[in-house]
Design a protein around this ligand. Structure first.
Ligand code: ADP
Ligand code: MG
Length: 262
């Protein structure tokens, strides 16, 4: 289990006005503490500020106000302690699967033999054996996301940040990827912050689900998911799963309606 606590205090993001439009308040003051080894899902309608929040935690964007830290260290930019996987395919197209997975290790000057060994380990764990020398364009969407996950894990981050990582995949592939991620998390218990608009996905994976309001986003509800781990797909057929889903649906429907109304 990783050992660092993520603290988000009063984090706000306003995007400045452009010639066409006024400023956009994307994220209202948000407070959140994520303990080591938690699997937290952030659930909310499209445009509510989920990616904005995650990008700020990743250090890819700065908050307008508020502060973030991982244990004692303030978050001021990207770092190897946070691994990110995006919805869109973000592998380096000029690198093979194996080279993509080694990228962060190479950047940090890790010895060649260790790079290879680490890459091989995550290639095996994500089911990419036999694809080491493929180019990203030769892979299906699901395989590309396996590789993106392996690339993030290879850096041994304190916390994994996943922004709708399976959102572009077909239903069956998506379910397989959820099971793969869960299996990895159950073994390593790395802290995960997982953004999704899919209620089933949030309940199946997370130990805690945070529901965001329509834009400007804020965390409007928090639902603990007391379903025991390890979980497999059969949990989705249980009454407890259905009850959690119904509760979250109620919360989300209200927000989706607000978002649709503008
Ligand atoms: P979500 O991920 O929940 O769909 P986002 O965080 O991407 O939502 O966006 C929240 C709001 O902030 C949206 O209204 C979006 O248009 C706006 N937004 C996001 N990024 C920018 C940006 N770089 N410049 C201006 N507005 C932005
Ligand atoms: Mg988004």
């Amino acid at each position: 289990m990783s050992g660092k606590t993520l603290r988000i205090a009063g984090v706000t993001r306003t995007f400045p006005a452009t010639r066409q439009a006024g400023p956009t308040l994307a994220l209202q003051p948000t407070d959140l503490t994520v303990a080591p080894g938690e699997f937290v899902a952030i659930l909310g309608p499209s445009g509510c500020g989920k990616s904005t929040l995650l990008r700020i935690v990743a250090g890819l964007d700065r908050p307008t106000a508020g502060a973030l830290s991982l244990d004692a260290a303030p978050i001021a930019g990207p770092g190897p302690d946070r691994g990110m996987v995006f919805q869109s395919y973000t592998l380096f197209p000029w690198l093979t699967v194996e080279q993509n997975i080694r990228f962060g290790l190479r950047e940090r000057g890790v010895a060649e033999a260790e790079q290879r060994a680490t890459a091989a380990r995550f290639i095996a764990r994500t089911g990419l054996r036999g694809f080491e020398n493929h180019w990203p364009r030769q892979l299906s969407g699901g395989m590309q996301q396996r590789c993106a996950l392996a690339r993030a894990l290879a850096n041994d981050p304190e916390i994994l940040l996943l922004d709708e990582p399976f959102g572009a995949l077909d239903h069956q592939t998506r379910e397989l990827m959820q099971e793969l991620l869960l299996e990895i998390w159950e073994a390593d218990r790395k802290t995960v912050l997982f953004v999704t608009h899919d209620i089933d996905e949030a309940v199946f994976l997370a130990s805690r689900v945070l529901v965001m309001s329509a834009r400007p986003g804020r965390i409007k509800a928090e639902v603990a998911v007391p379903l025991p781990y390890p979980r497999d797909w059969t949990v989705k057929t249980t009454p407890d799963f259905a009850a959690l889903k119904a509760r979250l649906m109620g919360e989300i429907r209200e927000e989706v309606r607000k978002a649709a109304a503008g």
